[in-house]
Design a protein around this ligand. Structure first.
Ligand SMILES: [Zn+2]
Length: 278
């Protein structure tokens, strides 16, 4: 067997593993149609997310009544129902069935943040309320965060992080052998930065994709997607959107100018087709 020398074997193995994952886990992102390679089983991630979410919500102080709380639940309910309907009508029934939505308004005034985990567990920080201002501002954020979950951006990031830092071992193995490190990877992969003191935002590609999908989601739920422009202008005025100045060099976020231009020129005209109110 002289044709396969010892240098080409690892390459072959690598290729075979790559091909295997390509076959078992090549997804198409809803709405944008972008092909993505997620190495982690979504169910394992959801189990981990649910556990993480429950333990955070047990200790984080929350707002559980009042106007903001009511608005959050109204907006969350409308958008998640619209998203599920869309997914079910476009061949994503399996993905849609994995969501069991939950919304919590977390009392953290100092950080303007929100996130949605795989499986639909959502946290809004009170620090973002002065920027969202009203239900349609909330819908911009809600649509955007739900879009990250629907597009499985966390899985993409977590797959990358596991591959880079642990040589691509399975999530369940990583959890057993290196629980703390795996937990940390998970927290940063899902943008729960405030908890760990280091914010690693989603990449430029993921952010813009979440903007594009989020506008359509809010429009389908009956919120005017044009209000997103003013929301992002308010966010820009606030500074770096909750990212401490000294960390902004780490940020691969699109600039606010780029984001607003993409929304106005590319995403809004499409999203308006899904908006029935005028
Ligand atoms: Zn985002």
């Amino acid at each position: 067997m002289s044709s396969i020398n010892r240098y080409s074997l690892p390459r072959l193995a690598f290729f075979a593993i790559g091909l295997f994952f390509l076959i078992v886990s090549c997804y198409k992102v809803p709405i944008t149609g972008r092909k993505q390679l997620n190495l982690l089983p979504e169910d394992e991630l959801i189990t981990m997310a649910d556990h993480q979410y429950d333990s955070l919500m047990q200790v984080w102080p929350q707002v559980k009544a009042g106007k903001d709380f009511d608005n959050l639940n109204t907006v969350g309910g409308k958008i998640s129902r619209a998203v599920e309907k869309y997914l079910n009508n476009h061949g994503y029934e399996k993905l849609s069935s994995k969501f069991s939505w939950e919304y919590h308004l977390v009392k953290i005034d100092t950080v303007a943040n929100a996130w949605c985990m795989p499986g639909g567990k959502i946290a809004f920080y009170t620090g973002i309320l002065p920027i969202t201002k009203n239900k349609s501002g909330m819908a911009v954020v809600m649509g955007h965060e739900i879009a990250h979950a629907v597009a499985r951006h966390g899985n993409e990031r977590m797959s990358q992080a596991l591959a880079l830092q642990m040589g691509g071992i399975a999530l369940s193995v990583a959890l057993q052998t290196r629980p703390e490190e795996t937990q940390r990877l998970f927290m940063s992969a899902f943008g729960l930065g405030a908890q760990v003191g280091l914010i690693l935002p989603f990449s430029r590609k993921h952010e813009l994709e979440a903007d594009q999908m989020g506008l359509i989601f809010m429009a389908m739920a009956g919120y005017d997607p044009r209000t997103a422009v003013d929301f992002w202008k308010r966010m820009a005025k606030m500074g770096q959107g909750g990212i401490p100045k000294e960390l902004t060099f780490l940020s691969t976020h699109p600039s606010y100018e780029e984001r607003i231009a993409a929304i106005e020129n590319e995403y809004l005209p499409v999203a308006m087709k899904y908006y029935s109110g005028k």
